[in-house]
Design a protein around this ligand. Structure first.
Ligand SMILES: Cc1ncc(COP(=O)(O)O)c(C=O)c1O
Length: 365
């Protein structure tokens, strides 16, 4: 039995009729850029998340970069964030010439709010919490600190579409936030895509112009902008898929519950969900002893796994200029050696997960 980590081919089969209708609808009209399909998707996201405004952009990375820029983070400002993320988090800060400042994680794999205050300096301008794996950070504590020190909160909600903290949707806690619709996300485009949400009209207007070369209408260029538009085809596909998002999250959650049921070993840890949160289960990350050996062992049985990621952000060659060294963020470093993502996508059957669990249980004896 082969157990794959990704579901995209099966997802296409399940959604084929709807997807092909989307493609036909958009292509027939013959206009692919900034059409009403994009606005319709943006309105649907606003409704889903409870935010006033949404803007579709090219990627989650652009969504974060534009959020930081729009909120007023400038060259030389420091932005506090988590070392456990995809490199896009710190790249989005570096791209606008601000400095990422990493604060170690807690047992939930998110930034430890109790360590944030120590990292605040005169140059700190913002906190960028990352809702890693789709579980929202402890936003009560983070907002309290932000208020005390007058800091902006810009959420990296790339993985958190459909995630809630105390019944409030991810990305609605701070000033503005960025989401990814990369093909591996729960709400996924057929290529790169992302979006920004905010409650501030001023930010919405600013980023709307910036994502389209600084154009206001067809003839006025009011600022130097970039091209970071969400295309109409992806917008239409995302609107279709948004209606199915809760179903996909529920099926993924069900599969994680099978793991909880069938995994025996104390050597593999599934991070528990808190009562205050509803995760989007954008990733399923476990903590394993002998991770590399387990991964090789599972490979023998055609069970695919992934490591997100082996290196915390402060120890990459690209972030060397920030002058962190090994040992600076001990929990992030220790956990990075244990991360293992197991197959849990919505198309897997209970018997496939049982098979994976059996092999893991065998491995640990
Ligand atoms: C936490 C996090 N931040 C940012 C990004 C960047 O999103 P994108 O790949 O759409 O640019 C990702 C995507 O993987 C992510 O997981």
């Amino acid at each position: 039995m082969k157990v794959e980590i990704l579901d995209l081919k099966q997802r296409y089969q399940e959604e084929k009729v709807g997807l092909l209708k989307c493609i036909k609808r958009v292509l027939q009209k013959g206009n692919l850029i900034l059409t009403p399909e994009v606005e319709r998707f943006e309105k649907a996201v606003s409704k889903f998340t409870g935010s006033k405004y949404c803007l579709g952009v090219n990627s989650g990375t652009d969504a974060l970069m534009l959020s930081l820029w729009g909120a007023g983070v400038k060259r030389g400002d420091e932005v506090i964030t988590s070392p456990i993320s995809f490199i896009a988090t710190s790249n989005s800060i570096s791209h606008i010439c601000a400095t990422p400042v990493f604060v170690d994680i807690d047992d939930d794999l998110n930034i430890n709010p109790d360590l944030i205050e120590k990292a605040i300096t005169r140059r700190t301008k913002a906190i960028m919490p990352v809702h890693w794996t789709g579980r929202v950070c402890n936003m009560d504590k983070i907002l309290r600190i932000a208020k005390k020190y007058n800091l902006l909160v810009v959420e990296d909600a790339a993985q958190a579409m459909g995630a809630y903290f105390k019944n409030k949707h991810a990305g609605t806690f701070g000033k503005i936030s960025g989401f990814s619709a990369h093909p591996f996300k729960n709400l996924n485009a057929v290529g790169d895509a992302g979006f920004v949400i905010t409650n501030e009209k001023r930010l919405y207007d600013k980023i709307k112009m910036y994502r389209n070369h600084g154009l206001k209408g067809r003839d006025n260029v009011e600022m130097v902008g970039i091209n970071s538009r969400l295309d109409s085809l992806n917008a239409e596909i995302l609107s279709f898929r948004l209606k199915r998002l809760n179903n996909i999250i529920a099926r993924k959650k069900k599969n994680i519950n099978y793991y909880k049921k069938y995994l025996k070993s104390g050597s593999i840890k599934i991070i528990p969900e808190r009562k205050s949160e509803k995760s989007s289960h954008s990733m399923f990350v476990t903590l394993c002893e002998d991770r590399d050996k387990l991964q090789k062992y599972l490979e023998k049985f055609k069970i695919q796994t992934r490591v997100y990621y082996k290196t915390p952000l402060h120890l990459y060659k690209a972030t060397k200029y920030l002058k962190y060294k090994k040992g600076d963020l001990p929990k992030a470093e220790e956990f990075s050696k244990k991360f293992l993502s197991l197959p849990y996508h919505q198309h897997l059957s209970r018997s496939q997960i049982r098979f994976v669990c059996k092999k893991i249980n065998d491995f640990y004896g």
